[in-house]
Design a protein. Structure first.
Length: 256
């Protein structure tokens, strides 16, 4: 805030002042609603309320001590403390307006006053007169509802991104179940039909052909074995007939 004021960025200073006021207000509102007034917990919840363990408290205490040392001791005097000189090479900016110590103290007092105003409003609404907060929320119901719903940012985000993403997911799920799985089931069905056709061809065509060939060989062997009578004169007659056919073939070849 002081940096913005010194460099004549009064709009930024005003926005930062409003932010500081609101920060002080809602932090003390949180404090009063959590630790003051009538308990809003049920009996079961109250039985389980306990202090945080040292595992959580210890780091917070260390951070608090280091904040005091770093901000108060190492950062004093304002804008000229050891911490400012240490961070100047990386955080310093050229061309800035120098501010007197008096102005800086005045700005520090103004920031403190803004924080106290935020605390005072929270103290009044949530400690001294809680009914006032309820009457204001009823009187300015539009603004109260808008702020309560955080300017409907979550609803807008849900409308623009969450719901379309869900619709896209549902469509992709339908596409996967209907189209992709349908293709897979179709391929599986085709494979079943191909397997059944292959089995039928193997059973009724291939095996049938083999059986026919085997039967033909069996019949031919049955007829051929009759030539083997075991009688010498039959074999001699066959040899003579063979020689006669051979002579005819040779004579035919010679005549050509």
């Amino acid at each position: 805030m002081g940096h913005a004021f010194v460099n004549h960025h009064y709009l930024y200073y005003g926005l930062a002042a409003i932010g500081a006021f609101l920060t002080s207000f809602y932090m003390f509102r949180l404090t009063y609603l959590t630790f003051y007034g009538a308990s809003r917990m049920d009996h079961h919840t109250e039985e389980h309320v306990h202090e945080s363990p040292m595992l959580m408290i210890g780091p917070l205490m260390a951070l608090g001590v280091l904040s005091v040392l770093g901000g108060l001791l190492l950062g004093f005097p304002p804008e000229h403390g050891w911490l400012h000189g240490f961070l100047a090479p990386v955080a310093g900016a050229s061309g800035e307006h120098e501010a007197s110590t008096g102005l800086l103290l005045l700005l520090m007092g103004a920031a403190t006053g803004i924080a106290l105003l935020g605390w005072g409003l929270a103290h009044f609404l949530y400690s001294i007169s809680p009914a006032t907060a309820e009457s204001w929320s009823a009187k300015f119901s539009g603004a109260y509802t808008t702020l309560l719903n955080k300017y409907y940012v979550d609803e807008l985000y849900d409308f623009l991104f969450v719901e379309p993403t869900k619709r896209l997911g549902e469509f992709l799920d339908w596409f996967d179940r209907t189209v992709i799985d349908g293709i897979v089931r179709g391929v599986a069905q085709m494979a079943d039909w191909g397997s059944a056709g292959s089995t039928w061809i193997e059973k009724y065509v291939v095996y049938a052909g083999l059986n026919i060939i085997g039967l033909g060989n069996h019949l031919a062997a049955r007829q051929g074995r009759k030539l083997q009578s075991g009688m010498v004169h039959h074999y001699a007659a066959l040899i003579v007939a063979g020689l006669f056919l051979l002579a005819l073939v040779v004579q035919f070849i010679i005549q050509l």
